[in-house]
Design a protein around this ligand. Structure first.
Ligand code: ATP
Ligand code: MG
Length: 320
């Protein structure tokens, strides 16, 4: 990392490079997804992924976790799942009630198709995300640290789904789109000759980091400098979303806090210990779009959250 005088004081940026080099042995492209997850881990947040099937969402989460040396669990959400399938249960063993932890106890939890399970089960995961603990039989149990949920969502209009309510969506730090790779990248996938079809087979990936380093990166993010001008810029963007006629629910104060923190994380990951307006500008769509509710008129006009954020970013003066 460099400070404003250009002196080298690196580590989060270096961690990112190292981890990316390792993950790219298996996953071709999708760099922005890796960045989003690393940023989320280092501010204690969670990520929502949206994308078509078969675009390495599972492969990426598992590979990233292995390269980081973190524990990893995957939860496939289904309509018949109960909260205890997420958080764990008390079971009888040798005449004694013992707690059997659920799959939520891992550093990285891949919550696949979170909108296929009813609200009560969704809520059990969302509570864990919010509080970094689960309560079983009245007793709180702390989740490991770091704790980051990567949730994948089906398209909202899909039949038999339970779309996450706005208040729940607001809890996700970032939402990133996982896109199809380019033709060149797809060719690369085939050339790479991965053995078999199992996304969880990646023996050639090594652990190149550890939980301590994530903790170090976290402290670095906290030390990133900012100033009142940057804060005002964040506030102006968030306020503008509340005044746009096409938006019926704008960004919350929580969204402002998230935008500010993510900008700091991206500054640190890019090797700087100060935030620039460009950090805020470039990450604002991923932080804000999923939280907005458009008016029915805007929806009819196919004017979506991405268009609204673009309009907001165009209208709010960038500090210089
Ligand atoms: N970018 C990529 N790099 C390398 N392999 C890829 C990539 N995208 C897809 N694949 C291949 O596709 C397979 C499926 O990936 P994976 O199961 O991770 O997709 P997914 O996005 O989780 O799908 P689903 O939404 O159905 O769960 C992988 O095992 C891998 O062979
Ligand atoms: Mg998958």
């Amino acid at each position: 990392m460099t400070n404003q005088s250009g002196d080298d004081i690196s580590s989060f940026g270096e961690l990112r490079t190292r981890v990316k080099a390792e993950v790219s042995k298996v996953v071709i492209g999708q760099d922005h997804v890796i960045d989003a997850v690393l940023a989320a881990m280092c501010v204690g947040g969670h990520v929502l992924l949206e994308g078509p099937p078969g675009t390495a969402k599972t492969l990426l989460a598992a590979t990233l976790s292995k390269s980081l040396g973190t524990s990893f669990k995957r939860i496939q959400f289904t309509p018949d799942m109960l909260p205890s399938d997420v958080t764990g249960t008390m079971t009888l063993r040798g005449g004694e009630l013992v707690y059997r932890p659920g799959p939520v106890f891992a550093n990285i939890v891949l919550a696949d198709e979170i909108n296929r399970t009813p609200p009560k089960t969704q809520a059990s995961l969302l509570e864990a995300m919010q509080e970094a603990q689960v309560t079983i039989d009245g007793e709180p149990r702390a989740l490991p640290s770091p704790f980051t949920v990567i949730a994948t969502e089906n398209p909202i209009e899909y039949e038999g789904t339970y779309p996450l309510p706005e208040a729940q969506l607001d809890r996700f730090l970032l939402k990133v789109q996982v896109l199809y790779p380019s033709a060149l990248e797809e060719l690369e996938v085939l050339k790479q000759g991965r053995l078999g079809l199992n996304p969880l087979a990646f023996d050639n990936v090594s652990t190149v980091a550890g939980i301590n380093e994530i903790g170090q990166a976290k402290r670095e993010v906290e030390l990133v400098h900012s100033n009142e001008e940057i804060m005002r810029y964040v506030v102006n963007i968030v306020q503008a979303t509340r005044n746009l006629p096409s938006i019926s629910l704008g960004a919350s104060t929580r969204a402002a806090v998230h935008l500010y923190m993510v900008a700091k994380a991206f500054a640190s990951m890019s090797g700087r210990n100060y935030v620039t307006p460009d950090d805020v500008y470039s990450i604002a769509p991923s932080v804000l779009c999923h939280r907005l509710v458009m008016t029915p008129e805007a929806e009819l006009d196919r004017f979506g959250p991405e268009d609204a954020i673009a309009a907001v970013l165009n209208s709010v003066p960038i500090p210089r």
